[in-house]
Write a protein that binds this ligand. Structure first.
Ligand SMILES: *Cc1c(COP(=O)(O)O)cnc(C)c1O
Length: 456
């Protein structure tokens, strides 16, 4: 097979990666430690034990380069992995670009996104530790769907707090979560102290991922048989997602192609990290000269407009402090349609890699992203989730620059989910009802003013 005739590059099940890759092992310096919010000392395993099983806590802090994927996890991965790598020939033609555009398609999973890549191992390790129930938050509903599916695979209960704005916009996610056996609540909810506090201030609160995390963490912390699972941001989540990039490296090797530019959308950073970290390993080893670009929504621009500082992961301030690019833990973004990108912070590992100058970042407004999504759908036949339309908009920008310069660059992105349950957002776009929001400097300054103070 060569890149001359390829439309999609498939791997055999036997070629599936059997290890996750940990970028920390290859970085020139480790990311700053996570701190206890009370003592400001680095957190130890015991601080995290009320929420996570020890296997995941170890993965969170390990500096081992590779972690073996358990057989039982590989067994579930085989339902949809290896995922296809496509060449977007029809989009290239529509753009009239000499660039070659490839996309790794994660919409083939049970949830329709990359999220089960980590939901499955998280459910596996919790079940192995004797946990009975998992709690979590969800934005667009992708993570709640993925965790409900994964929990069912290992006989766990799953309780999901969904950001109110998305709960109202996307009723089919609720039905899907319930079909997999999960229980779902809109957040803020009256079921938790964190939720009640927000509702008292603002009974019509659209919610945020930060608030929903507070609710799920509160319930997990109060019950010994219940743990919490996070779908993004943390090191172990990005670790599990590296199956995406490892497969893509093998797929490119099959056709003798190497990418010049990789773009990915960033909410908390997990699909982006999962796609790019194996390529970053090759770049750091001097095997690959590649530009890596994160794309975030203009309405929630944590990398391009946030500060790199210690902050809470949730709104109520219950989580440990993580050094990350953040808009402030009480920043509530406008309810854009890409619910999965509405998070105030960025993965500490991605923030660190960004501070080291190893990746670039851009922010794009949602109407440009939906225009790219529609263009992609008409050419390639897949309706993308709203989140990866951000990456597609940046892909198209790059491909159009190639058209001007005549450079036949190879561009890679993750099409990290399909948009079949996000059609209302496409409806709004097609009806001309989509508006763009960007926080004002005053709003950004106000949210950052409430960062916890941590001596340098
Ligand atoms: C959750 C989600 C995102 C955002 O999360 P990341 O951790 O940044 O990947 C992006 N796209 C899709 C399809 C999602 O489900």
């Amino acid at each position: 097979m060569t890149d001359q005739n390829v439309t999609k590059v498939l791997l055999d099940e036997s070629e599936m990666p059997r290890r996750w890759y940990n970028l920390v092992a290859d970085l020139p310096s480790p990311p700053p430690p996570v701190l206890h919010p009370g003592t400001l000392a680095p957190v130890g395993p015991d601080d995290l034990a009320p929420l996570f099983p020890m296997a995941l806590i170890e993965q969170e802090v390990t500096d081992a380069r590779y972690v073996d994927i358990p057989e039982d996890v590989l067994d579930v991965y085989r339902l949809w992995r290896p995922s296809p790598l496509y060449r977007a020939r029809r989009l290239e033609r529509a753009l009239g670009t000499p660039a070659k555009i490839y996309y790794k398609y994660e919409g083939v999973s049970p949830a329709g996104s990359h999220k089960p890549n980590t939901a499955v191992p998280q459910a596996y390790y919790n079940a192995a530790a004797g946990i009975r129930r998992l709690t979590t938050e969800t934005g667009a509903g992708q993570w709640g769907t993925a965790l409900s599916f994964a929990a069912a695979q290992f006989g766990l209960e799953c309780e999901v707090w969904q950001v109110r704005a998305s709960y109202d916009q996307k009723p089919y996610r609720k039905i899907m979560i319930e079909t997999f056996g999960g229980v779902i609540h809109p957040s803020p909810s009256p079921l938790t102290a964190a939720g009640r506090a927000v509702l008292e201030r603002d009974p019509a609160s659209p919610g945020s991922l930060g608030i929903a995390i507070s609710e799920a963490v509160e319930v997990a912390a109060q019950h010994a048989d219940t743990n919490y699972a996070l779908g993004s941001v943390l090191n172990h989540v990005l670790l599990h997602q590296t199956v995406i990039g490892e497969e893509a490296l093998l797929q490119f090797a099959k056709i003798g192609v190497t990418p010049d530019v990789i773009v990915g959308c960033t909410g908390g950073g997990s699909n982006f990290g999962g796609l790019t970290f194996p390529f970053l390993r090759e770049k750091l080893a001097g095997n690959l000269d590649v530009t890596i670009r994160a794309v975030e929504p203009a309405s929630c621009p944590s990398l391009t407009k946030g500060v790199y500082a210690y902050d809470f992961g949730d709104t109520a301030g219950m989580t440990p402090l993580m050094k990350m690019h953040t808009l402030g833990h009480d920043f509530i973004p406008d309810p854009i349609h890409a619910g999965g990108l509405r998070y105030h912070g960025m993965s500490p590992l991605i923030s660190h890699v960004y501070a080291l100058g190893l990746i670039e970042a851009v922010a794009i407004a949602q109407s440009e992203c939906f225009a790219a999504g529609v263009r992609f759908a008409r050419a390639e036949g897949i309706v993308p989730a709203p989140e990866p339309t951000h990456a597609l908009a940046a892909c198209i920008d790059e491909a159009l620059r190639c058209k001007e310069s005549g450079e036949p660059k190879v561009i890679l992105t993750a099409l990290c989910g399909h948009g079949h349950l996000d059609l209302a957002a496409y409806g709004a776009y097609l009806a001309g009802e989509m508006t763009d929001h960007a926080p004002t400097d005053a709003q950004l300054a106000a949210a950052i003013a409430n960062l916890p103070s941590v001596p340098a």
